[in-house]
Design a protein. Structure first.
Length: 280
């Protein structure tokens, strides 16, 4: 399907998740063999413990210099110049929150494992979730009314699968920067590397911020659950995640025909997990 020559750039800012238990502070006690203990060094400023590895994710709690915290693995996120080091490494805490390693002294940690991609079930309704996990920013919250999809945090290079069978109608680099082959930032506009799939019943799905050019090309037929690309942070993004949109109606995917992916996928029999965010 031919597309218009102009389109509005997607504006995506990773927003807050829901309440999560506080990271372990104070005198951390014995941890499992697969964990380690880190010590906070943030000067006189509290260290924010966030629900996702992003400086814009909601603060779950705060730690202070000398507090200890149980850590399980490391992933990548925004670059931070801290009191210990300058790094883009973020540490996952024992209860699933994140702290910047720029303010933590700790032993070596393994990388956080990539999430397992759900396999399609032939007996289902023909839809699967594109990546595991729950949205951390919802469809058009009050704080971001032009956010036409949901953001699902996943580590860089997590496989993205086609939510349903269909034909690829768009593969594009959409950025105000010079290329999509680099990490984006909140100051850059656009969806980065993205693609759209036309499905039956006038449904189009859109997948944004891929780490590199999608694995498929325009005009290609794809199967439900087929890997189409990998999670990244290109375009208007502050950390690796998938921005996922659903559009229902004739013609192209536009703001006017965007629908809430949470409600749509629930009805399609492939719910996007327990919501980790509130509409605000």
């Amino acid at each position: 399907m031919a597309r218009p020559l102009t389109r509005v750039l997607c504006a995506v800012v990773i927003a807050a998740g829901a309440a999560a238990a506080a990271a372990v502070g104070g005198n951390a006690t014995a941890a499992a063999a697969t964990t380690t203990i880190g010590t906070v060094f943030s000067g006189g400023v509290p260290l924010n413990v966030r629900v996702a590895p992003s400086t814009s994710a909601r603060v779950a709690t705060q730690l202070r210099t000398g507090n200890r915290v149980i850590l399980t693995c490391q992933t990548t996120g925004p670059w931070i110049n801290g009191d210990v080091r300058s790094t883009n490494v973020w540490d996952r805490t024992g209860n699933g929150n994140y702290v910047s390693n720029a303010y933590i002294r700790r032993p070596w940690l393994p990388s956080c494992p990539a999430a397992t991609v759900p396999q399609p079930n032939p007996s289902n309704s023909g839809w699967v979730i594109p990546v595991p996990g729950s949205p951390v920013q919802l469809f058009r919250p009050v704080s971001n009314p032009t956010h036409d999809g949901v953001d699902i945090m996943q580590p860089r290079n997590t496989p993205i699968v086609a939510a349903s069978a269909g034909r690829v109608v768009t593969v594009e680099c959409n950025t105000s920067g010079s290329t999509c082959d680099v990490d984006g930032s909140p100051s850059v506009r656009g969806c980065g590397w993205y693609m759209e799939i036309q499905h039956a019943n006038q449904v189009i799905t859109r997948y944004c911020h891929l780490v590199r050019k999608p694995l498929v090309s325009e005009g290609q037929q794809v199967a439900m659950g087929q890997t189409i690309g990998y999670v990244g942070t290109s375009g208007n993004s502050s950390g690796p995640h998938l921005h996922f949109e659903v559009h229902v109606g004739p013609g192209y995917a536009t703001r006017a025909n965007a629908v809430d992916p949470v409600g749509f996928m629930q009805k399609a029999g492939a719910p996007l997990g327990v919501l980790a965010a509130t509409r605000r």
